[in-house]
Each structure stands twice: as C-alpha cells, then as structure tokens.
Design a protein around this ligand. Structure first.
Ligand code: CA
Length: 467
C-alpha cells in the first residue's frame, strides 16, 4: 500500500483520494508545533479501570504510567462507546456511536471475524483521515478489528502506514473457541499495509506482539519527527490468550495478565521516552486508554461489571492525557468525556476539519484536556449501548439503566445503591433522554451503512490439516 513518500509523490492526483473521505488529501508538511502538535493514542485491549497504579492497582507495577499521570492529567470519567472491540474502535475512529456507522456489532457476533464481508465503510471520515488531510503523517501499529478485507484496513482509512494484526489475537487456530466459532482455520496474519508479512504461529509469537508494535511506532515517530504525526497504537495486549516476553513473565512470576499489563506500561514508557529523545515533549499529546472493560484476570475495580457489560466497569476506562507544559501536570478531570471526542478535539487542536456533512456524536473536549478553568463536559448525556440495544444513560452525576435502576455515580461509583425510588424526578428526566436517543439512533435514517464487500476472502490460506 501507499506509504507517505509515495503518497507525497502523487498528492493531488485523483488516484490518491481513492478509499474515501470527502476532503482533498494534503501532503504531510513541515512542523508548526504551536499549531499542529503530534498526537499519539495508546489503546490497550480489554484492560480494566483498576489495572494500573494511577487508577488504584495494588497488583501491577506501572512506573511509566505513574510518571505519565504525575506529568499529566487523569480522566476518571472517560468512556468508550461500546463494551467490546469492534464497536468501540468504530467509535474512536469515526467520532460516532457505533450504531451511527453501522458497526454496533459484527455480522453474527458482537465483533467482526476473519473474512467477514463487513467493515468500516470507506465513506466514513476517520480521525486519521481528518489529520492526514490537515497535513499529518499517520500510522497505525497493532490490532485493527474494523474489517480484514483490504478495503477496510487502516490504509484505506487515512493511515499512511499500517503494521499489525487485522483482528483479535484469539481468532487463531490453536484456540478451542476457533473450532466452536467454525470460522477457521485461518492462521493469524501480521500485515504491513495490506500485505501479509508474517504469521503468529505460537505463544512465543503472541508474546512478541507488544514489542513489535511498539518498535514500529517508535521508528515511525523518529522517521516523521520533523512533521506533525498521528500515531495510533492499538495493542493486542492484554486480550487473551496472554503471554508477555520472558523478562516480564519472570518478573510477574508467571502471571501472564500482570506480565502483559506491565509490558504495556513498558511500551508506554518507550513511547514517552522517544518523544523526549526527539525533543518533542512540548509538542506532543499522548492519550493512554483501553478499548473496553477488564476481561478475565483483569480488574475493573472499583467499578461494577467488566468487558461486555454496560455497568461502569464495561465502558469507563483508565485514561491519562499527557502534553507537558500544556496539559496540566498532577491533575484529575472527572467530567464525562469519550473516545468519540478525540476526532473533533484533535481536529480543533491540530487545524483539521471535523466533517460537517454528517452527524458526529463526539465533541471538542480540549477545554477539559487542557484544564481550562471551569471547563465542563460538553455532553448533556452519554449513552451506553450493548450491540444495538440502548441500556443506560449518564447525565452528570446520574446514571439510569433502561431497566429502571438509578445510581448516583458521584456518591456510588460501584453502582450498588439503586436510588430510583428516592429520585422520581431524576428518573423521569433521564428517561426522556433515553427516549430521545432511541428516536435518533433507532431510526435507520439517522444511521449510515456499514461497509460491505461481495466476495470476502481469508487473508491467509487455510491450514492444510483442517481444509
Ligand atoms: Ca477489547
């Protein structure tokens, strides 16, 4: 696929706009750091709210995240828009509720599978395309999971460069679930652009994924240090099956969950150190968060629930923003914010254009990130979807589940005390909010179609013994 250099070479030619996006593409340009800081989004897979020390872990050692939080800002009410991979990623990429872009779920499961005919529609304008069109060099390193057909891969969605696995690391012949799901055996490919360059064969290969994605991201940052860049680093860690590199396994005494969390901490340290080494720490915003709540072995404490649920533990993520000198150090923000907000926020900060020809659910949260005095959440309401079902709404301190339970999250972050009876007026107000959301997102006319191809193919040949 097209790398940045070949892209520049043919910038302006019609062929370069193939793959969607309404805006004309612009070549990556020289840095004007004041106007165009770099953006890095580190997106962990299946890590819970309580898995890192800045968010209360007593189990895992996360010195690099501790330093990141000390130098930056913790976001304690930061949400993803779905409690599982594919829809959560669709929301981050498009700035929209997953249902809005046809990806509330996969075709026959809550997420997309290998050879799925569906994927992120190339008519969507991703955060990468917005930044690329503003002159950023854009790279994605890690797990994509928004469609594995070439037209759905990152290089069709505004990323100059892609290296990673196209879907989850457990969509893999050795997994017992692979047979149960009857969609295999297709070896798990590692892609560069749209080309398969390697196969994840065994657990030793799995253990290398964090380092490989990190090394690629670091090399990309070094190669693009003189231009504004956007790095999206969606780790395959800490999604099962889990194994980290030996030094981390040894340190964690064989506890693979702990070892993986500590290795993504190491990875974050590598990213921040690279930024410092390049002298770009005053010009780079880094966001660390996770794609959904904690899966087995992880901790979403003190929140209730975890991956797959619309309790807080499924969708509220341990999030840190870092930009020395601009994002205030040693601070915490508890205002409601979401991954959907990153697209309009990065556009606002980086001189990009948020699409105005379609609904974008995310809002500019630069006031919250930069710690402007009295900055409030731009969200009157945040909605919790599980696949296509609306299950809850949060308005300020209150969360109403569609089932009728009401919680005051300021006083009861663990959703233990249903206070619906004591607060009928609040229940009535939030019910109206749920109704308004249903009237919007349950109406197909307000949603855009998922991408679809006619003859999807496995990216790698089937294993002989199984075919
Ligand atoms: Ca996930």
């Amino acid at each position: 696929m097209m790398n940045r250099r070949s892209f520049i070479k043919c910038a302006g030619a019609a062929v370069c706009s193939a793959g969607g996006g309404a805006l004309p593409a612009a070549p990556a340009k020289a840095r004007d750091a004041k106007k165009q800081p770099n953006f890095v989004v580190i997106f962990i897979d299946d890590m819970g709210y309580g898995d890192i020390e800045p968010f209360g872990s007593k189990v895992n050692n996360t010195p690099h995240l501790n330093r990141m939080a000390a130098e930056g800002r913790k976001l304690t009410s930061f949400y993803v828009a779905a409690p599982v991979c594919t829809p959560s990623r669709a929301a981050l990429m498009t700035g929209c509720y997953p249902k809005r872009v046809g990806l509330a779920s996969g075709s026959w499961h809550c997420v997309l599978f290998p050879k799925d005919p569906h994927g992120l529609n190339t008519k969507e304008i991703t955060i990468a395309r917005v930044l690329k069109d503003a002159g950023y060099a854009t790279g994605c390193f890690g797990k994509w999971h928004l469609g594995d057909q070439p037209e759905f891969l990152p290089t069709s969605h505004g990323f100059d460069t892609y290296f990673g696995i196209p879907y989850s690391n457990d969509m893999w012949p050795p997994m017992p679930s692979a047979k149960r799901w009857k969609v295999f055996p297709c070896p798990l490919p590692v892609l560069r652009g749209t080309r398969v360059v390697d196969i994840v064969k065994d657990m030793d290969d799995q253990a290398q994924l964090c380092k490989r994605f990190t090394d690629e991201a670091v090399a990309f940052m070094r190669a693009n240090k003189d231009k504004p860049f956007f790095v999206y680093l969606p780790h395959a860690f800490v999604h099962g099956p889990r194994r980290a590199r030996k030094e981390f396994m040894d340190k964690a005494k064989g506890n693979a969950t702990r070892a993986q969390i500590e290795e993504v901490d190491w990875s974050t340290g590598q990213i921040l150190q690279t930024v410092r080494d390049l002298g770009l720490e005053k010009d780079t915003m880094v966001i660390f968060t996770s794609d959904n709540g904690g899966a087995g072995g992880c901790s979403s404490k003190p929140l209730r629930g975890g991956k797959g649920s619309t309790w807080e533990g499924g969708m509220r993520e341990p999030t840190i923003a870092w930009w020395p000198g601009t994002v205030p150090a040693k601070t915490t923000c508890d205002e409601v914010a979401t991954t959907m907000d990153l697209l309009p926020t990065f556009a606002a900060i980086g001189g990009g254009k948020t699409p105005d020809d379609r609904v974008i659910d995310g809002k500019d949260i630069s006031g919250l990130l930069l710690g402007r005095e009295n900055a409030k959440s731009p969200h009157e309401a945040f909605f919790y979807y599980n696949r296509t079902r609306l299950q809850a709404v949060r308005c300020g301190e209150w969360k109403l589940h569609a089932s009728g339970q009401l919680y005051n999250l300021d006083k009861d972050i663990g959703e233990k005390q249903n206070v619906a009876k004591q607060n009928p007026d609040v229940v009535a107000r939030l019910k109206k909010s749920l109704d308004a959301c249903r009237a919007d997102l349950d109406n197909k006319a307000n949603c855009r179609p998922v991408g679809k191809v006619k003859n999807p193919k496995y990216l790698t040949p089937l294993e002989k013994k199984e075919s």
